[in-house]
Design a binder for this molecule. Structure first.
Ligand code: HEC
Ligand code: HEC
Length: 185
């Protein structure tokens, strides 16, 4: 395992100097901690976390995302909202839509889109649509800005409905659709 890591670092260092030797990036990854119990690395993991910190050019995930994040049901509890369409449009008018899974996660792989920033975004499900009024300047992780608790420097996690209404969590989700988000109300 350790030998593989060293080899990977060496290979990556040949391609992009510093990939494995960026202490700030390493700390950012480490600060996110290990995988949650019973949720393997994959589509359902790390709801609420900044996906592109790891799914970016410096790894450690191999699959790179242009944009990724999590949509929750309400503003207080961290219950994933399934089937939300995330509509994104870049500075050239290029558009992508992604749909959330049952923990609320969605992503657009870099192999599918290399957006020209700024990017505008809105979310939609059924009759509900919410638009982010400001644009995204260059941050690929929605959850990097949308952190709990809401404060002067964060709007809090993204939610479909503006007020918590005790809707039941999605059924038939292979993992718990309720994230343990530090700071969620
Ligand atoms: C702390 C690092 C980290 C964060 C944060 C993270 N991931 Fe991952 N993710 C990984 C690693 C490591 C793997 C293992 C597979 C790999 O190398 O791509 C993985 C795997 C995946 C896979 C499977 C990839 C494949 O090869 O098919 C998906 C999908 C995924 N993550 C989605 C997400 C989403 C969505 C988010 C944000 C809500 C996220 N991840 C946040 C590290 C992370
Ligand atoms: C650079 C920081 C930043 C990033 C990245 C970001 N947001 Fe936002 N978002 C904000 C801020 C600040 C607000 C509140 C003001 C506004 O609407 O612009 C907001 C508001 C929103 C709203 C409106 C909420 C409401 O009150 O109606 C939605 C929906 C939203 N964001 C979704 C997203 C999605 C989806 C992504 C990722 C594709 C994302 N945001 C990425 C900072 C960010």
């Amino acid at each position: 395992m350790k030998a593989t890591f060293t080899l990977l670092c060496f290979g990556a260092a040949l391609l992009a100097i510093g990939s494995c030797a960026d202490p700030v990036h390493d700390l950012q990854v480490k600060a996110l901690g290990g995988e949650a119990p019973n949720i393997p690395a994959g589509d359902y993991h790390r709801a609420g976390q900044p996906c592109t910190t790891c799914h970016g050019q410096y790894g450690p995930a191999t699959k790179q995302f242009a944009i990724g994040g999590t949509i929750f049901h309400g503003p207080d509890k961290a219950i994933g909202e399934e089937g939300v369409r995330v509509e994104m449009i870049d500075a050239t008018g290029s558009q992508r839509n992604a749909t959330t899974n049952c923990v609320g996660n969605f992503f657009v792989p870099t192999s599918d889109w290399d957006p020209a920033y700024p990017v505008l975004v809105m979310i939609r499900k059924g009759a509900i649509g919410r638009t982010m009024n400001s644009h995204i300047g260059r941050e690929g992780s929605c959850n990097q800005c949308h952190k709990d608790p809401p404060s002067f420097d964060s709007p809090g996690h993204i939610s479909l409905v503006p007020n918590e209404d005790n809707a039941p969590p999605p059924q038939d989700c292979p993992v718990s659709p309720v994230a343990s988000l530090p700071g969620a109300r």
